[in-house]
Design a protein around this ligand. Structure first.
Ligand code: GLN
Length: 473
């Protein structure tokens, strides 16, 4: 049996030897080992839970006491938070103030696209994260560091955040399992805000089983997040070993009774053939396990891109107004007056993509354009959510690709932002609707790059999604 200290030291050594992945923005070996020794004490005194002493790395979007919290922005360079995000506390060391802490050891903070804006991790102010399967390709984004850390064996499991695909897409690009829960399942307190009505945290790991364990410990009702759901007290792993229908004892067909919907818009033009083939093969495998495949339609899929890229920047422009150089974060060295100080601090602190989104957001919210863009987008958002409900009248779970293609090469899409936005087509609509969705590895392309399939469930169906993924795995 290994101690938490030994396990933690092993991963710290892996991180040190794996610097070329640029997956970590901050490590603090001393603090990690201190937590590990506390965890060992809990274990030896019989006070441990299933995750006590297991190391975890957090996306740098979660503020963390003792580690720098920057959201991969120059704006927050060197920033030390005085408190832990709820996710960090829920997973961290238990104490009198934090009785439900799972006792996991923090390994450090993982690289990401600046303020979680991006799909390739190329927007990090601290450099990109190569894909461990092929270092010439991107790891995906925005949780590229969290994905690469697990794929390269630098961490056993990590946290991520998903506003429009940032858990699922990097998980797919790096051959991992990841789940974005229903909106409100995991507290957003201390998660540096991008687009608050879409932001949701979740786990990234090797298997559905790992994700279920982490999600169970991560989620809680939090009075400090007004959109936080009531605590369901659920064990998200409770169905993993069970058949879909209670009482089904046919071990060869555990998924009997499960209806899987294949939205025709998810298999239309623009989807790489290798990805389509791989997802279709997975559908056949699920069918062999007893599931029934049905055709469904999500007619507004195409519109999820313009809708998301109006609403997310609108919310971002408001959320990021707090970074003004006054209370915390970067402040320009020289300025004439207050407005010059704001202008220079923000010009120097924010990267190009972040500035682009702030400008788009300010534009669509301004008087005269609000009705034409923001309001219109909100209306279509409602229709997108209703379309999902119509589909769920015909099926229990929706299956499709996570992304139109596998990981692309560095620079391939970074010159044209619209090109990059189009890559999000299959992931955005679930955030707009607030539904849970997960990424499950389902094969490789001819160049040995991982392919992911996406499972989408109705509200609060996380445990069922994890069950389907586990039966497949
Ligand atoms: N790629 C999308 C964006 O750039 C989604 C990012 C995310 O989920 N945080 O906004």
């Amino acid at each position: 049996e290994v101690s938490s200290i030994e396990l933690t030291q092993y991963f710290l050594d892996r991180i040190e030897a794996g610097k070329r992945w640029n997956a970590f923005l901050d490590v603090n070996a001393h603090l990690s080992l201190e937590q590990a020794s506390k965890a060992d004490l809990l274990i030896s005194s019989g006070q441990s839970g299933p995750l006590t002493g297991i190391p975890v790395a957090h996306k740098d979007v979660f503020v963390t006491r003792g580690w720098k919290s920057t959201a991969a922005s120059k704006m927050l360079e060197g920033y030390l938070s005085p408190f832990d995000a709820t996710v960090v506390a829920n997973l961290g060391m238990p104490s009198e103030d934090n009785p439900r802490g799972a006792g996991m050891v923090c390994l450090g903070k993982t690289n990401m696209d600046e303020f979680a804006m991006g799909s390739s991790n190329e927007n990090s102010a601290y450099g990109p994260v190569p894909n461990p399967w092929n270092a010439e390709c991107v790891s995906g984004g925005s949780s590229g560091g969290s994905a690469a850390a697990v794929a390269a064996g630098l961490a056993p499991i990590t946290t991520g955040s998903d506003t429009g695909g940032s858990i699922r897409q990097p998980a797919a690009f790096c051959g991992l399992t990841g789940i974005k829960p229903s909106y409100g399942r995991v507290s957003r307190y201390g998660m540096i805000a991008y687009a608050s009505s879409l932001d949701q945290a979740g786990p990234m790991g090797k298997t559905a089983e790992d994700c279920a364990m982490l999600l169970t410990a991560m989620s809680s009702h939090d009075p400090r997040d007004s959109t936080s759901l009531a605590d369901s007290g659920e064990d998200y792993g409770r169905y993993l070993q069970q058949a879909w229908k209670a009482g089904n004892t046919n071990v060869a067909k555990p998924l009997e009774g499960l209806r899987i919907g294949l939205p025709k818009e998810f298999f239309a033009e623009g989807l790489a053939e290798e990805v389509a083939n791989s997802v279709n093969t997975a559908a056949k495998a699920l069918e062999a396990l007893g599931a029934t495949l049905v055709d469904v339609s999500l007619p507004k899929t195409r519109l999820s891109i313009p809708v998301y890229y109006v609403l997310a920047p609108a919310e971002a422009s408001s959320n990021l107004s707090r970074f003004d150089g006054v209370r915390y974060g970067h402040r320009a060295a020289e300025y004439r007056d207050l407005s010059d100080m704001y202008k220079k601090s923000r010009t120097e602190g924010f990267g190009e993509e972040v500035k682009r989104r702030i400008m788009i957001g300010s534009y669509v919210l301004c008087h005269g354009y609000y009705d034409a863009y923001y309001l219109q987008a909100q209306k279509i958002r409602r229709i997108i959510a209703a379309d999902f409900q119509a589909a769920f009248n015909q099926c229990d779970v929706i299956l499709g690709p996570v992304a139109p293609d596998v990981a692309w090469r560095f620079g391939e899409k970074s010159k044209d932002p619209v090109q990059m936005y189009l890559e999000d087509i299959y992931t955005l609509s679930t955030n707009l609707a607030g539904l849970p969705a997960m990424s499950v590895p389902c094969g490789f392309n001819k160049n040995n790059l991982p392919i992911g399939m996406q499972l989408i469930g109705n509200y609060f169906a996380e445990a069922r999604l994890l069950q389907v993924a586990h039966q497949y795995q």
